[in-house]
Design a protein around this ligand. Structure first.
Ligand SMILES: [Zn+2]
Length: 138
């Protein structure tokens, strides 16, 4: 959580780009000639930060997470921590099944019918082995 001119930024903005943006906004500030309600300033600043963040995120087309979450906004959370963690792992494509090879120095798990690496995206959306499951559950 960060504080920008008194506005709490509760979004997950912990990267270098955010701090560059924050510093640019802070250094470019000028005294106001008219009284403006504090809450209005906070909303405007927060919206500008979010807009700039979205612009930067829109340029990250080669980031694999961009396809998963193209719009910067909070995901709805599930009331159960374990289910929420599982859903997040599926969203980002990092599961024990697909990534355990990194921990145990094993070969990449391959799809036996498609002969390509097994990924969450492949299993959930592409592999013909799971067509019947897709039709049943989606
Ligand atoms: Zn497959």
């Amino acid at each position: 959580m960060c504080l920008v001119w008194g506005v709490e930024i509760t979004l997950h903005v912990c990267n270098h780009q955010f701090f560059m943006l924050y510093n640019a906004a802070r250094l470019g500030s000028a005294p106001l000639e008219h009284d403006v309600p504090y809450s209005d300033i906070c909303q405007i600043v927060l919206q500008k930060v979010i807009n700039k963040w979205q612009e930067l995120w829109n340029e990250q087309i080669h980031n694999k997470l961009h396809n998963v979450k193209p719009v910067i906004a909070n995901w709805p959370t599930l009331p159960y921590r374990k289910a929420d963690a599982t859903l997040t792992r599926l969203r980002v494509g990092h599961t024990r099944y697909t990534h355990r090879y990194l921990l145990f120095q094993e070969p990449i798990p391959m799809c036996t019918s498609c002969n390509i690496p097994n990924t969450v995206d492949h299993i959930l959306t592409k592999c013909p082995n799971f067509n019947s499951h897709r039709l049943r559950f989606f």
